[in-house]
Write a protein that binds this ligand. Structure first.
Ligand code: IMP
Ligand code: MG
Length: 177
């Protein structure tokens, strides 16, 4: 285990089992209908790569975005750093994200993709921290629900580090405080 971590909360086997479980649910819900999977950069890339290889009939695309302005203000703005390259008009879209925290980014992203004319937008997240939520938003597919802990690995970073760890662990508080 990386020495900056307190403990591992999902090892490679647990991650791969969870990805299979999510892929089965998604495949059974879309039931042979084609859809566009949109991976949110950069945190979702490893999860995204593992997940889409288990899905049928999906095209894929990426976006990079963050929310800005005070999170207490309900009309937050979205800062799009990389836009969609596919036309999603009339398409079913599945957003794939690493973690749902306050929900501010996802709330705006979902609206943004709907405003591009998508027929439907569903959300798949590997981790969820519901106790941190500031916007009323729930994912359609959730891997692990966790307490208010700062986690890294399998795409998730702190200051762009740890994304390449093949497992997910809790970062020692002294590293980020
Ligand atoms: P929010 O839901 O708008 O607050 O933002 C979610 C984003 O914050 C995620 O996509 C991550 O990039 C980042 N984030 C939130 N919690 C964590 C964590 O525990 N580890 C690493 N990144 C996190
Ligand atoms: Mg992210």
């Amino acid at each position: 285990m990386n020495s900056d971590l307190l403990e591992i909360i999902a090892d490679e086997t647990q991650l791969s089992e969870k990805v299979n479980e999510l892929a089965e649910k998604i495949s059974s819900d879309y039931n042979g209908k084609s859809f566009v999977a949109v991976g949110i950069l950069k945190g979702s890339v490893i999860f995204f790569a593992d997940l889409i290889r288990k899905l049928d009939l999906c095209k894929f695309d990426f976006m990079a975005a963050s929310s800005y302005g005070s999170s207490a203000v309900s009309s937050g703005k979205i800062n799009i750093k990389k836009d969609l390259s596919e036309d999603v008009t009339g398409k079913d879209v599945l957003i794939v994200e690493d973690i749902l925290d306050t929900g501010n980014t996802m709330y705006l992203l979902r609206d943004y993709i709907m405003s591009k004319g998508a027929k439907s937008v569903k959300i798949c997240v590997l981790f969820d921290k519901p106790s941190r939520r500031e916007k009323s938003i729930t994912a359609d597919y959730t891997g692990f629900t966790i307490d208010d802990l700062f986690i890294v690995g399998y795409g998730l970073d702190y200051d762009e580090k740890y994304r390449n760890l093949p497992y997910v662990g809790v970062l020692k508080p002294e590293i980020y405080s």
